[in-house]
Design a protein around this ligand. Structure first.
Ligand SMILES: Nc1nc2c(c(=O)[nH]1)N(C=O)[C@@H](CNc1ccc(C(=O)N[C@@H](CCC(=O)O)C(=O)O)cc1)CN2
Ligand SMILES: Nc1nc2c(ncn2[C@@H]2O[C@H](COP(=O)(O)OP(=O)(O)OP(=O)(O)O)[C@@H](O)[C@H]2O)c(=O)[nH]1
Ligand SMILES: [K+]
Length: 461
């Protein structure tokens, strides 16, 4: 598979200043030799790696110049894929990009599959699987904190933690196997206790990582949030104030399963994905409207519900119905318009009715309480902590699940050790724990999981 040379357009297809056709594999340099004509008199083949050369791409069949380009040349093995890589930096239009790609394909490359460049980096050992996954996270990061989490994954911070765990487990395996090899000596009580202690220590460290994993995925995926409330309580005003005051609409992303536009607000580094609940906002009868399937889905799928009440009108039956609808969900109750009504009184009234939900008195008009809303959101996400003391190392569900499986195997090790069971059993569970960790870095992962990971990438990445 790695004998062939792959090529793809690596930049978005649209009108841009520059576009890149990327080529990787054993034929990459030979293809460039056929298509690229230097215009500086420099013999680019005689220069070092990681250089740019100015010239033309010329169609060898016709002798016609196709585009004026900068050719990037990087020689194996010190490249992104660990293969020879050439990059045609052409003008960023669809026709020059397509034309150059076509020529490259005619002269010895095949079209790359989605994520195939990164997959080669993984297969050739330049990146482990978690690092490869981080590259898509970098591309999709919605806030700077999200980018920082992705960059730490790329830097291998999780990977090195995982490898350290694996080393500790291997140490234990060696200890157990040594005892198995000399059964006549049996295993001493002290040794057994020693092992129990080591396993407990590893489990403690795993627990810490798993705690972070609870909110880690929010940095990557964002927090699906909806604002609900009856008409005129100030939902649009709240949304606008979040969007405007933050001046941080990072991007507009289409909802993945529905045709709903989401706007991403950056609240203390946490990407808050506010679904455009125009359907919910514009209707006369909000309760009835929530009954409408689409809106209900939106609310049910939300990670966080912001329920807005109006201090100037007090708690109405409609408010109660809305609050009932979202009783089971993570939410914050916002008592708005405290500038023209007794917000504290209304807050005292609803707090005992919905003890799970923090209540915050606000006025979108004066700005009162809005900073505390952000704090409350942060606190809910970070499991009670007001501020993340450190960015989470675990941001993928896949990684979290592998850590959890490792943990379960270690529970089994503990049980077997304290029940005085056969050491063969203990060794098997220790190895299983070790293997679960290898799924994160990709040393013990099934091919179909790797396929699934790279399928999400775009072509050219
Ligand atoms: N034009 C271009 N820009 C790009 C990339 C690319 O492939 N091409 N990248 C890719 O997605 C990212 C940068 N990542 C890269 C990672 C490693 C290497 C590389 O050549 N690494 C060598 C180090 C070479 C040296 O030390 O001299 C190596 O790791 O061995 C290049 C780009 C983002 N920008
Ligand atoms: N005094 C005061 N008025 C507010 C406050 N927040 C919003 N309003 C006003 O309340 C009215 C309704 O606000 P909207 O934001 O449109 O309310 P909504 O909940 O989106 O209303 P619908 O779209 O009908 O569901 C507007 O006139 C706002 O200016 C507030 O904190 N204090
Ligand atoms: K409105």
């Amino acid at each position: 598979m790695l004998d062939d040379t792959i090529a793809a357009i690596a930049t978005p297809l649209g009108e841009g200043a520059i576009g890149i056709v990327r080529v990787s594999g054993p034929e990459a340099v030979a293809i460039a030799e056929k298509l690229f004509v230097s215009r500086t008199g420099v013999d680019w083949r005689k220069q070092g790696s990681h250089r740019l050369f100015y010239g033309l791409v010329v169609d060898p069949a016709t002798g016609q110049p196709v585009d004026e380009v900068l050719l990037g040349v990087m020689y194996a093995p010190r490249t992104f894929t660990r293969e020879d890589v050439v990059e045609f930096n052409c003008h960023g239009g669809i026709v020059p990009l397509r034309r150059i790609l076509e020529l490259v394909l005619q002269h010895g490359a095949r079209l790359a599959e989605p994520g195939e460049f990164t997959r080669r980096a993984f297969l050739n050992g330049r990146l482990d699987l978690a690092q490869a996954e981080s590259i898509l996270d970098i591309i999709r990061a919605k806030t700077e904190a999200g980018l920082a989490v992705a960059m730490s994954l790329l830097a291998g911070e999780l990977s090195s933690r995982v490898r350290a765990f694996q080393d500790r487990l291997l140490g234990l395996v060696a200890q157990v196997e040594a005892s198995i090899d000399f059964p006549e000596e049996g295993i001493e009580e002290a040794t057994r206790e020693d092992m129990v202690e080591s396993v407990r220590a590893i489990m403690g460290d795993l627990e810490e990582l798993l705690r972070q994993a609870r909110y880690g995925k929010v940095y990557r995926e964002g927090l699906r949030t909806v604002i609900v409330g009856r008409p005129n309580v100030g939902k649009s005003s709240l949304l606008n104030s979040l969007l405007r005051e933050k001046r941080a609409i990072v991007t507009e992303i289409p909802g993945t399963t529905r045709d709903i536009i989401e706007e991403v607000v950056n609240i203390r580094g946490i990407p808050i994905r506010l679904a455009d609940t125009a359907g919910l906002r514009k209707t006369d009868d909000i309760v009835e409207r929530i009954g409408v399937e689409r809106s209900r889905d939106l609310v049910k799928m939300a990670d966080l519900v912001l329920v807005v009440l109006d201090a100037s009108t007090g708690l109405t039956p409609e408010d109660r119905s809305i609050l009932e609808l979202v009783r089971e969900q993570t939410g914050i109750i916002l008592v708005n318009k405290s500038d023209i009504g007794d917000g504290e009184a209304l807050a005292r009234q609803v707090t005992p009715l919905f003890p799970d939900k923090p209540v915050q008195v606000i006025s979108v008009k004066t700005g009162q309480g809005l900073a505390q809303v952000e704090e409350a959101i942060e606190r809910m996400i970070l499991g009670g902590q007001a501020v993340a003391s450190q960015l989470p190392l675990v941001s993928h569900v896949r990684h979290k699940q592998a850590l959890a499986r490792c943990y379960e195997h270690l529970q089994e090790v503990l049980r077997a050790l304290s029940a005085g069971e056969n050491l063969d059993l203990v060794a098997i569970d220790l190895r299983a724990a070790w293997e679960a960790l290898g799924e994160i870095t990709g040393t013990t992962v099934a091919e179909d999981i790797i396929d699934r990971i790279f399928r999400d990438f775009c072509i050219g990445k």
